[in-house]
Design a protein around this ligand. Sequence first.
Ligand code: FE
Length: 272
Amino acid sequence: MTGIPSDDKTKKKMTMTYDVTRIASHRGGTLEFGDSTPQGFRATAAMALEEVEFDVHPTADGAIMVHHDATLDRTTDATGAIRDLTEAQVRAATIDYGAGGHPISLAELCEIFRESAVTFRCELKPGPGGLAYPGFAPKVVAELTRCGMLHRTGFSSFLIETVDALQAASDRPCVWLVSPPVLTQLGAAGVLEVCAAHGIAEIGMNIDSATAELMTQVRAAGIHFGCWGAHDAARIDRALEMGVKVFTTDRPSLAIARRTAHQTARQMEAAQ
Ligand code: FE
């Protein structure tokens, strides 16, 4: 017999609400500390939140670097695609608005978070042109294993091919990030079909695409629902009011303050 017994399915659906909506500091809190900066990651490691979101890319000489874009062009004083540069060349770039910081490796990020309670949400980005880096997922899993951080890592990707590769390379949770065009094209039913076909247990959507109805539909299928792009108070409040599992934010300090206010308001309501 295959599949989840119906009792377990019911239990799974019933438990798909969360006492606390998790906060993920997006790229180490881009709007507070610069984009994927050492200072942002160090600050995040000391914050009262649950996850740090970051993106990884391979270099020409086999290193794994933490950076959002596939190139250095937009957010640093250097140019070029990371996959075409050496680790030393990527490190030599200075990140804009980043207190003089330079891109760091995945191994260095592991060191920053070694003593922190904050867990990893590691996104595997495509390379220039939007295609997945060949063979990259097992390399990232191997590096996190070597650094002793795999057991504290969840993965994410917009690319189904990469989600498949991550799920084949490790048993760690993996979030499929559903972009607004994909949601528009597939609709909720189509998204759930893809989840079923690929064994996807959690999806993330842009907070501006997320509705309570959509979340209910996703959860009814036994799939966790989170959001990304909650970068201002209104969007953060919406994510908290919806009770999503997790949201990523470029403003982690603001998100913590809003969550505390939200929790206090809920407690006062309950006491009345
Ligand atoms: Fe990301």
